[in-house]
Design a binder for this molecule. Structure first.
Ligand code: GRF
Length: 220
C-alpha cells in the first residue's frame, strides 16, 4: 500500500466532491488523509461535511485581507502548518495567486465541470448546452497561472441529451466528478504522475476500456 498523502482540501460550496474524497479515504480506495479542510465561506456545506467526518477545519474570510496575495500567504501558512503535501481545490471559488502556486509547485489540483480546454470559467454546463455540444464532462488538472488551463490528469465524458437542462447535465457530470477526483489523487499518491510541459504522463501507462464513443450512437 502506498504511503498516505496528506491532503489540504479547499472548498467554498456544498462540498460533494469533498465528500467523495472523504468517503474514498474512509473506504480504503484512496491512500490519502485529509489533514485540513479550508474554506473562505463560513456557511459552506463542505465545512459541515468535514466536521462530521472529524477533519480539522480552518476558515478565513478573504474580505478581511488587503490583497489576494496576503490572503494566499495566510492560507499557505495554514496548509503548511498542517503538513499538507497536496492541495485539492474542490469548488473553491477564489483565484489563486503565484504566492500560492510557488508554495506548492505541481502539487495543486482542481476539478472543473467541462472537458477542458473547452469551456473554462463559470456556468460551463450551460455554455456546453447553448453551444450544442454532444458531449460534456469533467476534468481534473494541475493548477497553473491561468484559469482552468493547467496540465490535464483525467477526464470523464458524458453525453448531452436533447432534453437536458443545465441542472440535469450538471447532475450527470457531478456523478463522474465524484469518480475521477479520488482516482486522480490516488495516481498522485502512488507517485505515477509526471508533468511534462502541458502533458501529464502516467506510469505505467493506462489504456481506456472503450476505444471510442459516438453521440448519437452510430448503430441505433
Ligand atoms: C463542481 O461542479 C466542481 O467541478 C466545480 O465546483 C463544483 C463544486 O461542487 N469546480 P461541490 O461543492 O463539490 O458539490
Amino acid at each position: 500500500m502506498a504511503r498516505k498523502v496528506r491532503i489540504g482540501a479547499l472548498a467554498s460550496g456544498g462540498g460533494t466532491n469533498l465528500q467523495a474524497i472523504i468517503d474514498a479515504c474512509q473506504n480504503g480506495s484512496l491512500d490519502a488523509e485529509i489533514a485540513l479542510v479550508f474554506t473562505n465561506n463560513p456557511e459552506a456545506g463542505a465545512l459541515k461535511r468535514a466536521r462530521k467526518a472529524g477533519i480539522a477545519c480552518s476558515v478565513l474570510d478573504h474580505r478581511e485581507f488587503q490583497s489576494r496575495e496576503d490572503f494566499d500567504r495566510a492560507v499557505v501558512q495554514t496548509l503548511q502548518d498542517a503538513g499538507v503535501e497536496l492541495v485539492i481545490l474542490a469548488g473553491f471559488m477564489r483565484l489563486i495567486s503565484e504566492v500560492f502556486l510557488d508554495a506548492f509547485p505541481g502539487r495543486i489540483m482542481n476539478i472543473h465541470p467541462a472537458l477542458l480546454p473547452a469551456f473554462p470559467g463559470l456556468h460551463v454546463q450551460r455554455k456546453a448546452l447553448e453551444y450544442g455540444a454532444r458531449f460534456a464532462g469533467c476534468t481534473v488538472h494541475f493548477v497553473d497561472k491561468g484559469v482552468d488551463t493547467g496540465p490535464i490528469i483525467i477526464q470523464a465524458v458524458v453525453p448531452v441529451l436533447d432534453d437536458d437542462t443545465e441542472e440535469s447535465l450538471s447532475a450527470r457530470i457531478l456523478v463522474q466528478e465524484h469518480r475521477v477526483y479520488p482516482r486522480a489523487i490516488q495516481l498522485f499518491a502512488e507517485g505515477r504522475l509526471q508533468i511534462e510541459g502541458r502533458r501529464v504522463r502516467i506510469s505505467p501507462p493506462l489504456t481506456p476500456a472503450e476505444a471510442s464513443l459516438a453521440n448519437p450512437p452510430l448503430d441505433a
